[in-house]
Design a protein around this ligand. Sequence first.
Ligand code: ADP
Ligand code: MG
Length: 423
Amino acid sequence: MNDASSSLDYLPPPACIGILGAGQLGKMLVHAAQTMGYQTLVLDPDAQAPAAQSSQESLQFEYDDPKGIEQLALKAARVTTEFENVPALTLQLLSEKIPVRPSAYAVSVAQDRIVEKNMIRSSQLHTAPFHVIQHPSDIETTPHDLFPGILKTARLGYDGKGQVAVNHLDELRLAYANMNAATKSSTAVDHISCVLEKKLPLLAEYSVIVARNELNEMVTLPIQCNHHINGILHLTTVFEHALDLKLEQELTQAAKTIAQNLSYIGVLCVEFFILQNSNAGAMSPSWVVNEIAPRPHNSGHHSLDSCDVSQFELQLRTLCGLPLTAPRQHSPCVMLNLLGDLWFKSGTQQTLEPAWEQLLALPGTHLHLYGKTTPRRGRKMGHLNITGRHPNEVMSTLGKCLDILRLPPISNSPFANSSTHDH
Ligand code: ADP
Ligand code: MG
């Protein structure tokens, strides 16, 4: 097969960068590309998508439409994706014409939890214990020590969607039947693929973002501590020495190992669970890999204001064959996600614009709104980065911001998981 992607030479501006997907990740990549003099072309079925508003050019096609693929290959010099679920075949077809990074293979691994978990394990890293369910009969062979567990669809889940907590076999049967019924209405598939994952006692969640180029050079952003509510990232804290140095090194190395084993070119995020296993045997791991994202990640948005190289600039650099220099964090930072809920007057369907001017009166606040026209509960509308000289100063500003936004205060340690996750 003719693969135009065998090596990536330096691509100077004003060459055109093609991006599959025009969501907020695409928009922030467009900003990074334009800052450095590149042209951009985004493809997304939604003409109103955030990056379609910022990019010099945009194409409105379904991701598998040959016309869209052809036009993208004609106009762009290189292509990347901001959308994890772009059909791997589209990436493959594009890569026969122009360089595509990351590869269709690497993206396809991240698209399927079963393939992803097997890849992680074959990298000699731990995952949560799990059982594959691809047919109702698979339920009957479920090991009992996986309960209480979380049933997750193998494909297309995000922000906690496609997940159901199950406490025993009967609940698992029901949850799997419901998932099949919900999918059957939209696809011809008889039985969907799922994994039942053991629900682990989490001490904290961390993520590492690694950028890798063809020369196997790798740089990472500072390790990020993530707090989720109802399966959606609520905030990320990035404070130096917040994590034990040995653990930090282990997680960073694990992210690099995964990037290497996938021959990954681009920006990759690896999510980790730190476990509360003080009572567990010496053989149990103290952390496991949760999942990977083959693109910049919500937990790396802090880098726009806290580091001298952002995750989007790293993505651009890997795509354009530019040197990879190690990012340096210059400010401790908290990133707070701004969900659509903030736009609703409490308990009503009436919408209003949150009090940005009050937030922006506080030193160290950086507002990022994605330009989505319709707020919906749980929809990521933007994020707020808060920087300061010391973590305490950042946390104090965060407290004021939460108050202004009428969000509950952070009750326990900013470094530990708030355990508010509830499926
Ligand atoms: P998504 O693709 O929606 O991000 P994840 O698998 O990362 O799906 O799950 C979202 C969140 O749900 C995690 O960040 C974590 O807070 C919680 N979670 C997921 N799996 C488990 C598990 N096995 N044990 C405990 N909590 C979990
Ligand atoms: Mg996740």
